[in-house]
Design a protein around this ligand. Structure first.
Ligand code: HEC
Length: 592
């Protein structure tokens, strides 16, 4: 019996009792004081129980854990509130190892035990954040953003000594952007570590409007590819590794396909085509270019980033504007083609080839992909925040991909505004063929199972009732008349140059782009603020949070445009501060 049914039965009993009391109360004109108190107390208990019941229902017992899944599948939320859960694995004994981007209470890796549709944390260790986690030949492999460690496990796959990891690889590039390291093993004794490039498109000045590409992109020597190491050799560095494949901007999703014996990865494609090259691309192009690509890799492959991007409409590798492209010229044909392409900016964070026996036959050897969801499609609606299934046949993607589990964001409005409640990040399969999905926003883990009996039942799905977004609907303040013209002009500058990173509601993007709501920088010294727009900003903690993206210099804006956009920012998103004038910007620019 679940807690909910228990609670509802309890409520029912209380209700019947209460009814009886009220009836008696009404029928009796003569009442003792104690009787009245008794009724009141019962009434109180019953209200409290009802409230907790509603709370319980809302939080955990939404039908199908708030997700939509195909008929016959059932989703439960095993746990929530763990922290930023990145990748995860399920041990043969059915326990879960979850990796956190940031340690919670000094613990960066958690071991959870599952029981009756709930999971509880049994232990945690390793005071460092990261993404990758694998179980391989008697060891648990765990990555930080620059190193790979391993811990010996016992017969139950429990770490024997959490204080004594061995360092397998050290010194990998971590510049705080595209910094995560996933881990994958093949069946021939090799380990693969994708290393993201700390750059959007290898511009001389990262993300600066019009800045051209660095010739040859020297960053590719130590990042922007997949490196192969030995899983059992200690203290390896770049010198010990092999650059297995290159030309991959940022890869988080990686799996070894045991059927084709090949490494599959998903690339996070570049962004901001229209901000950086507005004469070649508009905001619609920016929202739809380039595709997020799946690659099947062989040793020595080059996928072509930053020199090309894949245009899903033209189905071609297009020369990047940083390297002389115009949106039509094709790039070097020697770069490999993707094996499948998905909508732009949806951020694939894990891929898993399904090898279990639980799901229907068509899922076997096909790929599940966790899409973390976009931030950079603005001003077009954001997208993603779901788990996709890509059917495969004879080791190749076959037919169109389909949304397998959706509803993580909480509502269509939350998807469109990019303010998703939950964001799928990691995927794992248990020995019995169940699929696990982690969420690095609210720290939840979901489990999706299939049963034949459920196939005949009507689809259980997330309620479509939309919950109102709060942040994106901040009440518009009355703008003083003297400021109105500059404010309106500033809004246009914001939408052209800033919205892509800071978002329409000024709320920024978790871990990536700083919020502009009531920060010291926005409300404080105007000359410091103007300087941020002129010179850019990078790697500064803001209210104790780190942001991995770069704030590029916007010195190409005119003094008036800067004054307008700052007047707009200082009077939007719950901010309320004085206007910035053109002469103030001119003075700061001259003083530089
Ligand atoms: C490519 C993404 C990007 C673009 C475009 C961008 N910013 Fe930023 N911005 C950032 C990031 C990332 C930070 C935080 C940098 C750090 O942590 O050091 C930031 C910081 C700031 C800050 C100071 C920190 C704060 O939270 O108050 C202000 C103010 C700001 N940006 C305003 C703007 C304005 C105005 C525009 C448009 C003219 C703009 N930004 C365009 C990414 C961007």
């Amino acid at each position: 019996m679940t807690l909910t049914t228990l609670t509802s039965q309890f409520t029912l009993v209380i209700f019947i009792e209460l009814n009886r009391h009220i009836k008696q109360y009404l029928s009796k004109t003569q009442m003792t004081k104690t009787y009245t108190y008794g009724s009141l107390i019962l009434l109180l208990i019953s209200i409290l129980t009802l409230t907790s019941l509603t709370f319980w229902n809302n939080q955990d017992d939404q039908p199908n854990a708030g997700l939509t899944t195909p008929q016959g599948f059932k989703a439960v939320k095993l746990v929530e509130g763990l922290g930023k859960v990145r990748h995860l694995i399920v041990t043969p004994k059915g326990n879960i190892y979850a990796r956190l981007a940031k340690p919670v209470n000094g613990q960066g890796t958690l071991l959870l035990e599952e029981n009756n549709g709930k999971a509880i944390v049994k232990s945690g260790f390793g005071n460092y954040g990261g993404t990758g986690v694998q179980l391989y030949k008697g060891y648990l492999y765990v990555s930080s953003n620059s190193e790979i460690f391993r811990y010996k496990v016992d017969a139950n796959q429990q770490v024997i000594n959490p204080d004594a990891p061995e360092t397998i690889v050290t010194g990998l590039v971590d510049k705080g952007t595209h910094e995560t390291k996933s881990i994958m093993m093949d069946n021939a004794g090799n380990m693969y570590i994708p290393i993201g490039c700390p750059s959007n498109s290898c511009q001389i000045e990262d993300r600066k409007k019009g800045s051209l590409g660095q010739p040859g992109c020297p960053l590719l020597e130590t990042s922007g590819g997949v490196w192969q190491f030995k899983p059992d050799k200690l203290n390896q560095t770049y010198a010990d590794g092999i650059r297995y494949a290159t030309g991959l901007r940022n890869v988080v999703a990686v799996d070894w396909n045991k059927q084709t014996k090949q490494l599959y990865v998903m690339q996070h494609g570049r962004d901001q085509l229209n901000n950086l090259f507005p004469n070649l691309y508009d905001s619609k192009d920016n929202a739809e270019l380039p595709a997020e690509c799946m690659y099947a890799l062989k040793k020595g492959d080059n996928a072509g980033w930053p020199f090309i991007y894949y245009d899903p409409a033209q189905q071609k590798k297009i020369l990047a504007p940083e390297y002389g492209g115009d949106g039509k010229k094709e790039g070097n044909p020697e770069y490999i083609d993707p094996v499948a392409a998905y909508p732009a900016h949806m951020a694939p964070n894990d891929i898993l080839f399904y090898t279990g026996h639980q799901f229907p036959e068509r899922y076997k050897n096909g790929a599940f992909i966790a899409f973390h969801g976009s931030w950079n499609r603005g001003p077009e609606p954001q997208a993603g925040y779901f788990v996709v299934f890509q059917p495969f046949k004879n080791g190749k993607p076959f037919g169109k991909w389909e949304v397998f589990a959706d509803g993580f964001s909480g509502s269509q409005e939350k998807t469109a505004s990019g303010r998703a409640d939950h964001r799928p990040c990691g995927l794992a399969q248990s020995a019995d063929g169940s699929l696990y999905v982690s969420d690095d926003s609210k720290g939840a883990i979901y489990k999706i199972t299939y049963s034949k009996e459920a196939e005949s039942k009507p689809i259980t799905s997330a309620s479509t009732a939309s919950t109102k977004t709060t942040e994106s609907e901040k009440s518009a303040r009355e703008i003083p008349a003297a400021m109105r013209e500059s404010y309106t002009a500033g809004k246009a500058v914001y939408n052209q140059n800033c919205v892509v990173c800071h978002q329409a509601d000024g709320g920024g993007v978790q871990n990536l782009n700083a919020p502009l709501t009531k920060t010291d920088y926005v409300l404080g010294s105007k000359s410091r603020l103007i300087n941020i727009i002129l010179s850019g900003m990078k790697g500064i903690d803001i209210n104790g949070e780190k942001y991995s993206n770069v704030m590029p210099s916007h010195s190409f804006l005119s003094d008036k445009q800067i004054a307008d956009v700052l007047t707009y920012v200082r009077n939007s998103f719950d901010n309320n501060a004085s206007a910035v004038s053109t002469s103030e910007v001119t003075a700061v620019r001259k003083g530089k």
